[in-house]
Design a protein around this ligand. Structure first.
Ligand code: 6GU
Length: 317
């Protein structure tokens, strides 16, 4: 998996060379590059932010610098000029048809036709941005191959005002081939940045990691990256250890308590049933504890539980 991170503090990500993430990089499983956003500025002050339009406190990250950087890393040509807004809203040539017609057509075409159309969109984009043609890019993209999920980049912006990043997102993104994270600072980034790249057909995500405010996206990106990469095949020495964890799967519960030896420590015993050697009883004990703890600590997870994830014995407890 190729991972690009853009930040005004790329040094933050030196920690990713340590521990399991470092090992995964040496193994060639991960290729992480932290870029300095200021490398794409042209002014003497290397400025990346400006005052908010409409007033208010703080500074907002400017779209121009981000776009130069993201165009580079996504290998997109910048638009030839800053055209009218309509041009950005309808990047593909088909979109010039009436929108109503397009919606009707859409519902009638088969899945594989849809894929073909996606491929055609990509080819159109290449064709319009590379009028000289015959480049090596054209040779790899301009065939009958639809872009696979593995090869398409995903552009991710940490944002405290976005939907929560969950284990489900981590699992999905662990199959991606290229992730590009854009770390905002100050009061955030100009909202037209994600809007523009979505309009170019890029898979753009915005995520918050929790209901609290951090100074910037760097720590949030570290959190998301760790959650994503540990789910990659080959990352963990013991892949079984990720199967039974909290927040995994439809019946996500908090985990039961864990104990190791000695059986009595400072006068506190481990629950006796765990020493019984009866696997059925141990499983039942752990399951009950997981349900009880989840009900106490995170009743919202019990609410969200799929009934099918409960067994008959669960209902009695
Ligand atoms: Cl993604 N960014 C910032 N700045 N603060 C946060 C966050 C993200 N998620 C929670 N707090």
């Amino acid at each position: 998996m190729k991972i690009d991170i853009v930040s005004v503090f790329p040094e933050y990500f030196e920690v990713l060379n340590l521990s399991l993430m470092g090992k995964a990089q040496s193994k060639g499983l991960l290729e992480i590059t932290a870029h300095n956003l200021r490398d794409w500025t042209h002014d003497v002050h290397h400025s990346v932010d400006d005052t908010p339009v409409g007033g208010g406190a703080g500074m907002v990250m400017k779209p121009e610098v981000w776009a130069e950087c993201l165009d580079d890393l996504l290998e997109l040509e910048p638009p030839s000029e800053n055209g009218p807004a309509e041009e950005l809203a309808f990047p593909s040539s088909e979109a010039e048809d009436s929108p109503d017609e397009a919606i009707l057509d859409f519902s009638e075409i088969r899945d594989d036709a849809l894929l073909d159309e996606d491929a055609a969109d990509v080819m159109d984009r290449d064709a319009t941005v590379e009028p000289d043609g015959g480049s090596d890019n054209g040779a790899t993209n301009g065939t009958d191959m639809a872009p696979t999920q593995e090869s398409a980049p995903v552009l991710i912006f940490p944002n405290p005002s976005a939907p929560l990043f969950t284990q489900r997102d981590a699992t999905e993104l662990s199959h991606a081939g290229h992730l590009l994270f854009g770390c905002g600072r100050y009061e955030g980034y100009d909202a037209r940045i994600p809007e523009y790249y979505r309009a170019q057909g890029i898979d753009v995500r915005e995520y918050s990691i929790g209901d609290y405010v951090l100074n910037g996206g760097e720590v949030a990106v570290s959190v998301m990256l760790e959650a994503i990469t540990r789910l990659m095949p080959g990352f963990m020495g013991n892949p079984e250890s990720i199967v039974e964890e909290s927040y995994t799967g439809e019946g996500a519960l908090l985990e039961h308590h864990q104990y190791t030896k000695p059986a009595v420590w400072r006068g506190i015993s481990v629950p006796e049933i765990l020493l019984s050697g009866d696997h059925g009883k141990v499983d039942r004990f752990r399951r009950d504890e997981a349900l009880a703890r989840t009900n106490d600590i995170r009743p919202d997870l019990i609410e969200a539980l799929d009934c099918k994830a409960l067994d008959k014995a669960d209902r009695k407890t």
